[in-house]
Structures are given as structure tokens and as C-alpha cells.
Design a protein around this ligand. Sequence first.
Ligand code: PLP
Length: 808
Amino acid sequence: MSDPAISDPVRQAEKIDDLIIDVLRHRVGKDERAAKPHDWYTASVLALRDKIIDAWMESTRRTYDAGSKRVYYLSLEFLIGRLLRDALNNMQLTGEMEEALRNQGFDLAVLEELEPDAALGNGGLGRLAACFMESLASLDIPAYGYGIRYVNGMFRQRIADGWQVELPETWLSHGNPWEFDRREGAYRIGFGGEVSEDGDGVVWKPGEEIEASAVDTPVVGWRGKRVNTLRLWTAHALDPIQLAAFNAGDHIGALAGEARADSLVRVLYPADSTPAGQELRLRQEFFFSSASIQDIVRRHVQYQGDIRTLPDHAAIQLNDTHPAVAVAELMRLLVDIHGLEFDEAWDITRRTVAYTNHTLLPEALESWPLPLFERLLPRHMQIVYAINSRVLREARKAGMSDQQIAAISLIDENGERRVRMANLAFTGAHSVNGVAALHTDLMKTTVFADLHALYPDRINNKTNGVTPRRWLQQCNPGLTSVIRDAIGDGFLDDTERLADLNALAGDAVLGERIAEAKRSNKLALAQHLRDLTGIRLNPDAMFDVQIKRIHEYKRQLLNLIETVALYDQIRSHPERDWVPRVKIFGGKAASSYHNAKLVIKLANDIARRVNSDPSVSGLLKVVFVPNYNVSLAERIIPAADLSEQISTAGMEASGTGNMKFALNGALTIGTLDGANIEIKDHVGDENIIIFGLTADEVAQRRANGYNPREVIEGSAELQQALSAIASGVFSPDDPSRYTGLINGIYDHDWFMVAADFDSYAAAQRDADVRWSDPAVWREQAIRNIANVGWFSSDRTIGEYASQIWGVR
Ligand SMILES: *Cc1c(COP(=O)(O)O)cnc(C)c1O
């Protein structure tokens, strides 16, 4: 692997060679001759970390000296993946590390594979948080990320007989050389108990307290400019062992407190189908929000003295509503602990906090049963009521109707009363942003229509982005090197300079070199997938990829039905010039999401049938890649030709997978949804394959009594594919396995699979036509790479910095 930026070396006082040996002996405790690959991996990380620490301390000192404003990014998920390659690349030590290890007989690429993926996230929202942390450091903005250090994170997915099986992720089983335990950075987190009034104000006496202690991971920016901190909280009992109980013979019970604390930091998204699961989830949210807010307030008071200047020194960004309770916690600290009047506290809170919305799906808008919230957080319940009465009085004064007031209320009064976290976050923030232009528009007209009417200046758009360090330089060194040769190194520091490629879009030599880089990525992926699944892939086929969480709105089912239709067509018309395709799927389904799990089984059932059918061999292969995560994405995306972004219009807030694919030279086949619309605007209509209903049309069809049965009967191809799946062609062992799934399309088809099918199938044949002329495909691929520099998370973070946070 080449080092994309050999120039401008940083802090190389000590050669990494010597450092590694020293670390191996004195910190890992191994002799070179006895050391195993994992010891070398650990030594490499620790040696690199030593170099990072110098930059870290320097960054921190600089921030204190300048009294700079800091950004605090609160997120229940950080899907960071592996760090070694990222940190080496950003410190520009990749070449040096490779050489040092080669001298010891090791290959860096092999050691990198020993690093487990930090799977502290579920999908796009968590990956966004990780890209943002990297861009904050790269743009030299002082920042902390705050989250939870899950011991098991998101589950590991295994496919057994085609079904998803969830196993615990054990990413910490060999320790984590990146992190620093900060046992001194500990806070008490209370739950339950009583609220009373004494002479000086309100006193909350929690019924239970847990200790939150910090574990820090350094986040290095591009060229080592700044190192920020990802601070993840872990939980302990205040009294880890109740000695009296232990000595009295209750050996298990004496440790129950620690087990209870431990349950808070075990897994991301505990199943919330039971009341106990729901309660655990709310406890997790409060646990990490409270610890983070206490830390922020403590730091501010320690260095600035006056709590009233908090908004000048701290910008708190809530990544979705999971940390929304931070609004009430900050109010509590300001009023109960720092003795401010409610009005002043409210003003400080709103000037400090901002909120990012990530979804309009009603089932994903968090709300908590009021009795649960009140029992667990009695003081916060009072504060929520106090905020609500202010907000509703303002609404009344603005002349709003009862219906509007009911929609604005922080308490949902329909049926069982619930606390609406989105309304708490919205009212407690000075900025509420969506993550793509369409999504932001829809926020104003749907979920937040009434709050928007009351606070018309609050909603704004910040279209998502991805870090080009991980998603181009590191995952695709071959393409990076071709681009450097073509346009120089400017794009490494300013991704929008990729636009210089436009002048060369028709250049046959560049097209050839980019195609060679792609082919070699495809060969590497084919090898990897063969090792993983046993399936052999033709690297000259079109690699057609849909990797993302499995969800009905993302419509993996639409892709699978079209795959079945194509399979039918190839067998019926073997004489036609079919474009060979490899259909690659990957993604996890939420453990309680029945239809999503069935879609995984269907993908595997179709794969088994198609891959063993000699009549389509060489023309069609289907692969479901197990355990989709960041490291797999880094292998698959550079090898993709076609990027499937086919959500029901209006339902994907932004998407970021779409950006990564385009940056790596894949063409998008997609709907006018989320950021696809803006990608189309940037790459040009001719260089993207758009199909299907628009968000407006979807809304109209739903409102006007959409009849999917009629649509299906009008499309012979769709009808045939649906009946093949429904009748058990792909599930002879259980012919009715998919009857319910397919009946859902006939009966209501909420996700408009039938309505979009013909248009999607036609778009796929359009992709075939483009592919059949390599010059056309290559030029369009180059136009994609050249024009998606705007989707760098550096641009996104620049906008947050100037328009929301007021930092630089
Ligand atoms: C980018 C990314 C996502 C988000 O993908 P979408 O297609 O935008 O849903 C999810 N998971 C991983 C591992 C990613 O890298």
C-alpha cells in the first residue's frame, strides 16, 4: 500500500522501529522471538499511540490557552470500525510503520486484520458520528464525542441455514490498546427516589446511584493537526461488593449492584419489547447524558468560573433524540445545583444545545411512558412539565389552536400518556437540523409542522457527508494513487478539488487506469468473499451492491424481486446479450424485526437456487455477505460498480452509503430520496440512474387509495416474480415461507414496491446498456468521483461550525 502523503512528516523524533521493540518488551512484556502476531499488533498500536499522545496534549493545551469554544457531540452510537490504518494515515506514518514491521517479518495489512471492529453503532447515524469526529479533528475544531462504551456493542451476525443468528460481539476480549481508563473522571448518576423542597430550593434524593467513569480514545485529524477525545462512559456500582452480605454467605447477591451497573453498558439497543427492556434503554440514555452534561459543566466552571458564560464556551449537539434528556439534566444542574432562576437557565440551555433529527418514521420517534419517566427521573419530570407550561403558554399567546397545542406539547395525551423526546429536544435547542435538503423540507411540513410554525427560524439543513480519509484514501489506495497522478495532491486537503478530474472525464488513459484500479479491488473482494462464503465471482461481471441495515423502507425486497425477474428473463431468453451481474447484499436486521429477517432468508434462498443453476452460470450470482460492518464496507465499496439506493421516496433521511459509493466511482441506481437528490444535482442527471415515484407522488398515492393489486396485474414480469417467490420456488422445504411477505405487497404495499417495480426494472436495463459501452461507463464513473467532493464531512462540519456552533 502506498502512503498517500509522504510529504510533511510529523513528530518523528523517535523512529517507530525502536519504539515498537521497546513497547513490545516493556509494555506488552514479550521478547521479539516469543511474540505472537497479536503482540506485534498491540505493540504497533501502543507505539503509534505514544506519538499521538504528544499531539493530543498539545491540542488540549492550545484549546485551554486560547479559551476556545468546544463542541460536544452526544451520540448513543459511534460506529468507528478499526483505528490503526486511520490513525497511521492521518499521522502520515503508514509507510514508516510498514517498513518497521517488514523488518520484523510482518505485513502491516495482516496485522491490521487483527484489530476488531469497534461495533458501537447500528448504521448510518453511528457512522456519521464517527465521520464527524474525524472531520472535527481534521478541521482543528476542539471537540469531545460522548457516548457509551458497550462491552458487547451491536450483535455479530451469523447466517445459519440462511437465517440471521445474533451473537454477542466480543470486541474487548483481547483488551483495547487505544483507550485510557480515567477512573478519576467519575460522576454519580441517580435514578428514582424523592424530590423535596428545603429552604434553598429543590432537592432530589435518588433511590439508586451508579458511577459513570470515563474511558478516552484519541481521535486524530488529517495530517495530525489536532487530536480530540472520544469519551465513552462505563458503569460501576458505588459499592462493588457488599461485604456484609458477602460475609453473611450471600455471595451472588453481594455482587448484584455491580451486575446492575454492568447491564447499563452491555449492549446497544437492548430489545425493548418488554417493560424491562424499555426501562433499561431509558436508563442508558440518562446515564450517558447525565455523565456528559456533568463533565461539560464541571470543565466549564473549573476553567471559566462563571456558569452563565456556558454558551460562549460549549456547543452541545444532540445526535437524534437519544440524548434529549440532556436538556432536562442541564436545566437541573443550572437550577438545582448552580442556583439560577428557571428563565435564565432556560435561556442558557437553549443557547448551548442543538439537535439533529434523523428520521421522520413515526415508529422511530422516541417517547417514554410517563409513569416510567416519572418513576426513574422524578426531578426531570417536574422540569419537563415546567418547560412544557412555558412552551404551551407561548403557543397560546401566538394564537395556536388546541390541535396545534396538542401537537407541540412535550406530553402526548393520546391514550397512554408519553413524554415526547423529539419535542423536548426541539424546544430545548436553538437549532434543529435535518440531514439532507428533502428531509429538512419534510420536517417542516410533517412531524414538526406545528413546532416550526411557533419557532420558524429554528429548523435548518446540514446535508450529511463522509470522511474522504477513510472512505477514499484508506479504503481505496489504488484509486487514490491514480487520482494523484492525474490531478496532483490538492484533493487530499480539499476534497472538492476532485472536480479537476472533470477536465479528464473523457480521457481514455485515465478511464483505463481507473478501470484497472476497480478491477483489482473486485479481484480482492472476490477472493475475500470466496473465503467467507465459498461462492466464486467473476470479476468482469457488474458488481451490483446493496449494503445497509435491512429495513422495509430501504427495499432490499424490491431488489430481490427484480433479481428473480432477471433470473426468469435470462432463462427464457438465453439468446440475448445479458450483462453478467453479481448481486451483493449485506446488512443486519433488528432482532425483533420479523419481515427484515425474512428478507435475509429470502436473499439466501434465492442465492442458493440461482448460484447452483447452470443455465445462468456466468451471468448471475447472488451473495449475502454476513456481518456487515465498517471493515466490510471498506472492502466492498471500492469494488462496487453499481450502488443500490432504492428507498421509498421520502423515507431515507439522507443516506451516507450513497456518498461513499459515488466517491469510489460506482454509479447510483436510486430514487429521488434523501441525499440522492443532491448527489444527482452534483454529478449531473446523465451520470446517475434515477427511477420511481417522488416523495410527493408517494404521499399522493397513499392519500388517494393506492391499489397495489391492480398495479401487479398490469405487470406480467412483476406478477411472475411475486408468484414464484410466494409459491415456494425458492423455499421448497417450506413453500409458504414467503406467502405472508408477498401478500403484504398485494394488500397494502406501504413501501410502494409494486408501484416502483416497472420503473426500477427499466432502470436496471438502462444500467446494462451503459455498462455495455465501457467508454460510457468509465466517463460516468469519473464524473461521479469528480463531483461528490462536496459530500465530504469536512464541508458538513464546516457548516455546523459556522451556522450552529459559532466556532470560527
Ligand atoms: C455508511 C454505513 C452505513 C450507512 O449506510 P446507508 O446506505 O446510508 O444506510 C451503515 N453501516 C455501515 C457499516 C456504514 O459504513
